[in-house]
Design a protein around this ligand. Structure first.
Ligand code: GAP
Length: 467
């Protein structure tokens, strides 16, 4: 039977077990901004490292980059974001709740995805006249008309004497709305320094910021989020071939590395293309906590839009000389762009399991792949006893050099197992009084709960083989 997890359940689990907290909670919280606790950071880092290894370290045709969050403001003019990165929004004048006009119209059966603003407002006025248009938060009818709001966040970075209220578009500096722009700005640096030849890729992981309308989606849609993006530079003749290749590569990564079952994934072709895109597919994951399939990754053909525009706006040459064919041209770009926070949510959503143990008992277990698990092994002395603690402590210090390992001597074995099951620790080791005599400990496996006695001398090599 398909398991169902509510958004509330996963949100409270993530908080209770130290994965994810609402930002600034002691001040009432910040909508659409989240903090990652100890286990959340470990999980996020494991996913990030798995992506970096697969996309950069294991390949010869992709190099890495970590560009700054702030870029020259012209970047966003050239990229098209200042003019086109808009969302049609409407506000409740009473409670100040903000809604996306297309989402409001879609609830009334309109196909509003690509609808021009004027047409949206005509339909919204009709609904208003019929008394059907209400605030989704407070239920009152005092709503503004829809207007285009830019999703870039504005700052007076570098110009602290300027007041945001009186600043004009030319003065704004934006924290990046997508990480890939830093890649385009470094195209020349990388071709000049890294001995790369087409086709080649540049990959980076980093934060991006958008003025999103937040509709209770936990870490799925946030104002501050992390992207893992790879831009593959190529000649246009091989675009379709490479596009198919990358779609297959990324699909295999979800199955093989993240351990997501294939039936929980699907492709979605974009009907509405972003201003730069020529072709776009999303990888969607079937989020139980969000009630269905939602985008986790976009794979886009961006053509020569990005380099052409940055060349035009900067006055620099951003082309490529193909020595073999004695030809100079602007490379085209194929992009893979995935939200790291969405992957964290997908992995939690897929792994979170409540198992019925019979007799009214149940256990919550995070059935996560060992490579992604925040903690790999936990060691417990069975009871509060100095000799047990000493032996367990020795094993702990030995294993800690190899794996993320926890030590727990709180003494209640049931609670200690339950805590580790909930954070997804694949192996637990218990030291008991028998261990002091025969130097054997109990190794318990998370999913099967099968226990075996293992010699202390063999624990490290056994875990290495299993992990
Ligand atoms: N460079 C292309 C680009 O940014 P996008 O479709 O806007 O394309 C790519 O974003 C990915 O970034 C999405 O598939 C999603 O996983 C993630 N993403 C975008 N906006 C997000 C948000 N507000 N919160 C969390 N993740 C987001």
């Amino acid at each position: 039977m398909e398991k169902k997890i509510s958004l509330d359940e996963i949100t409270s689990f993530a908080k209770r077990r130290g994965f994810i907290f609402l930002s600034s909670e002691i001040y009432g919280g910040m909508a659409g901004v989240y903090d990652y606790g100890h286990y959340g950071v470990l999980l996020k880092n494991n996913i990030q490292q798995a992506w970096w290894k697969n996309m950069v370290l294991d390949r010869d045709d992709i190099v890495g980059l970590d560009s700054a969050i702030f870029m020259h403001p012209t970047t966003w003019k050239a990229s098209g974001h200042v003019d086109s990165f808009n969302e049609a929004l409407m506000d409740c004048k009473d409670c100040k709740f903000r809604m996306r006009a297309d989402h409001v119209l879609e609830k009334f059966g309109f196909e509003a995805d690509q609808m021009p603003l004027e047409e949206m407002n005509i339909h919204l006025d009709e609904l208003r006249t019929e008394g059907k248009l209400k605030c989704e938060n407070c239920g009152r009818t005092n709503l503004t008309e829809a207007r285009q709001i830019n999703q870039l966040i504005r700052t007076n970075f570098g110009q602290p004497t300027l007041d945001l209220k009186t600043m004009t578009q030319e003065d704004y500096v934006y924290p990046r709305g997508e990480t890939c722009q830093g890649i385009y700005l470094n195209y020349k640096n990388i071709t000049d320094t890294m001995r790369v030849k087409l086709p080649f890729g540049i990959a980076q992981i980093g934060k991006a910021f958008r003025n999103e309308v937040i509709a209770r989606q936990f870490i799925f849609r946030t104002r501050e989020f992390e992207q893992m993006e790879m831009q593959y530079f190529l000649s246009p003749e091989i675009m379709d071939e490479k596009y198919d290749y990358w779609k297959a590569e990324r699909w295999a990564w979800y199955l093989g590395i993240l351990g997501i079952p294939e039936e929980k994934l699907k492709w979605k072709k974009h009907d509405k293309l972003a201003h730069y895109a020529k072709q776009a597919y999303d990888v969607q994951y079937n989020f139980s906590c969000l009630g269905g399939f939602q985008e986790v990754e976009g794979i886009h053909q961006r053509g020569d839009w990005d380099l052409t525009r940055h060349a035009e706006f900067s006055g620099q040459k951003l082309d490529y000389f193909d020595q073999k064919n004695n030809k100079r041209f602007v490379p085209h770009i194929m992009e893979t762009s995935v939200g790291l926070n969405r992957l964290v949510l997908a992995v939690l959503d897929n792994a979170y399991t409540v198992e019925d143990l019979g007799e009214g008992k149940s256990r919550t277990v995070l059935k996560i792949l060992p490579r992604l698990a925040p903690v790999k092994v936990a060691i417990f002395p069975l009871q509060k006893d100095e000799k047990l603690k000493e032996l367990a402590g020795n094993i702990y210090h030995n294993l800690k050099k190899e794996f993320v390992t926890e030590f727990d001597d709180s003494g209640n074995i049931g609670k200690m197992y339950r805590r580790q099951d909930e954070i997804g620790t694949p192996f637990c080791i218990t030291v008991d009084f028998q261990s002091l005599e025969d130097n054997m400990v109990t190794l318990r496996e998370r999913d099967s709960m099968v226990q075996q006695r293992v010699n202390v001398a063999d624990v490290l090599s056994l875990l290495k083989s299993k992990l």
